[in-house]
Design a protein around this ligand. Structure first.
Ligand code: NAI
Ligand code: MG
Length: 494
């Protein structure tokens, strides 16, 4: 028996198959790829490697399900399925937490804390399923006409997700699809395919009809690209890097499919001298170090008012040294490994670039290789001081636990410099001055502004990007609109 089965029930040693039309299938090619634990390098499972032919099968199944009874189901029936799925996710949350931790490395304290978010999202979408409605609109035509709108599901949705939060990323695509009556072909990230496969099993268990939720693991350049360009996919919902986002847009042109993009960032986090520094030190630290910095909206450009710059940055560095780095399965771990060798190389590459550019690491700065650490991809929380706006470490998304700390002198200046980035996803402001807080909230060109907090999220509050952080919103009522078409109906009544 596979040793992993003792670690996790889903890891039974058998190759993990795709889930298409309610059936567990091998890839047409018969190929598989490996899923490994980034903390230890151990093999977790071999996973079916889907490609264009498998995507064709999945899209065909999703289309059949869509044109069948599914999209005509009463909203209350879809609501019941979502509520049942939420209960199942809740009952199995420990299993999901362990699976995400094994597959992508996040600390178990973090993946367990994801319970509230995962179930809250599903229950929010369940509520929305019965709240969707068109409008009756008065028109001014001569004669008697009634005009009103219907909201209809867009159809087959191709969902392409990254690896940094597999459970919530999957729910962020499947939830709105089930609420609106769409069907889905989900392509997980090759780095973390296990949770999406397990979640699709629970969808079936909840009673979601076969073909409504299909999961095809595989690589981006093959399975992902086939999904993005598929002529029978009506919409692609993508989360990932801005470069891949651009190829998704190009691939969508063939049938002008709708696209929503939640991409990366280089978010400013601005600390004024009048802030509550007791809160701002750990708050701005964890705005980057949580999930080892592998969060799209991480506040990686830390702007600090010059009169407290040295003291504050020193305190953030001291805080970063208190964080426990290690295997995510240890409940005491606060910072786990990076997800992959590729990500390790990328982040250590930026550590070298930062030093070459003249920035000074006050903490961290090198990969950890002592003892068992050498088997995993561990980079400690790093605070770079002496960073200037034009350095690459102040402009490019690193996606690792790296803060670039930059001094500023006044509010107008920090608004201008904070906005000088191609991205616009998150942002933070730490101040006790309500006037400053309001001014910043309106001046920062980003989809979210967090004041005296960072990374607060709720299923009812929209999240998404300005500029090259993408378009479309997830969470909130707007999220459902992304999965709906508006149809206008005219009736001549005289
Ligand atoms: P990626 O954007 O390449 O991958 C995200 C998803 O897109 C994965 O499922 C991947 O298989 C798929 N994909 C890749 N190429 C594709 C293509 N041509 N067509 C369709 N789908 C495709 O991100 P990756 O390679 O995992 O990480 C690279 C960098 O991207 C990271 O270092 C980070 O800076 C950024 N990133 C940002 C994320 C965010 O949430 N903002 C999430 C993941 C990565
Ligand atoms: Mg990639």
């Amino acid at each position: 028996m596979n040793v992993m089965a003792e670690v996790h029930p889903f890891l039974d040693g058998k190759p993990k198959r795709m889930l298409i039309d309610g059936k567990r299938l091998e890839a047409v090619s018969g190929k598989t790829f490996e899923s490994r634990n980034p903390a230890t390098g151990e093999l977790l499972a071999n996973v079916a490697e889907g490609d264009a032919e498998d995507i064709n099968l999945a899209v065909a199944a999703a289309r059949r399900a869509f044109t069948g009874p599914w999209s005509k189901l009463k909203p209350a029936e879809r609501q019941r399925l979502l509520l049942r799925l939420a209960d199942l996710v809740e009952e199995n949350i420990e299993e999901f937490a362990q699976l995400d931790t094994l597959d992508m490395g996040a600390p178990i304290s973090r993946t367990r804390a994801g319970r509230q978010r995962a179930t809250g999202m599903l229950r929010f979408y369940a509520g929305m399923a019965t709240a969707l409605h068109g409008e009756t609109i008065e028109n001014s035509l001569p004669g008697d006409y009634v005009s009103f709108t219907l909201k209809e599901p867009v159809g087959v949705v191709g969902a392409i997700i990254p690896w940094n939060g597999p459970l919530s990323a999957s729910i962020w695509k499947i939830g709105p699809a089930l609420a609106t009556g769409c069907t889905v072909v989900l392509k997980p990230a090759e780095e973390a395919p296990l949770t999406p496969l397990r979640l699709a099993e629970l969808c079936l268990e909840a009673g979601v009809p076969p073909g409504v939720v299909n999961v095809v693991p595989g690589y981006g350049e093959t399975a992902g690209a086939a999904l993005a360009s598929h002529p029978d996919v009506d919409k692609v919902a993508f989360t990932g890097s801005h470069l891949t986002g651009q190829s998704i847009i190009r691939a969508s042109a063939g049938n002008l499919k709708r696209v929503s993009l939640e991409l990366g960032g280089k978010s400013p986090d601005i600390v004024f001298a009048d802030a509550d520094l007791e809160q701002a030190v750990p708050g701005s630290g964890m705005a980057v170090f949580a999930n080892s910095g592998q969060i799209c909206s991480a506040g990686t450009r830390l702007f600090v008012e010059h009169k407290i710059y040295d003291e504050f940055v020193g305190r953030v560095a001291a805080f970063s040294k208190t964080l426990r780095v290690g295997d995510g399965r240890d409940p005491k771990t606060q910072v786990g490994p990076l997800v992959s060798r590729e990500q390790l190389d990328r982040v250590t590459g930026y550590l070298a670039i930062g030093r070459q550019e003249g920035a000074r690491p006050l903490s961290g700065g090198e990969r950890l290789t002592e003892g068992d650490m050498a088997k995993g991809y561990f980079v400690p929380p790093t605070v770079f001081a002496g960073v200037r706006d034009n350095m690459r470490i102040a402009q490019e998304e690193i996606f690792g636990p790296v803060i670039s700390a930059i001094p500023f002198t006044d509010i107008e200046e920090v608004i201008e410099r904070g906005n000088k980035t191609q991205f616009g996803l998150g942002s933070g402001v730490w101040t006790r001055d309500v006037g400053k807080a309001h001014k910043l909230a309106r001046s920062i060109r980003a989809g979210s502004v967090w004041i005296n907090c960072y990374q607060a999220m709720d299923p009812a509050v929209p999240f998404g990007g300005y500029k090259m952080s993408g378009y479309g919103r997830e969470s909130g009522v707007q999220h459902l609109e992304e999965y709906l078409n508006t149809k206008s109906v005219w009736i001549k009544t005289d």
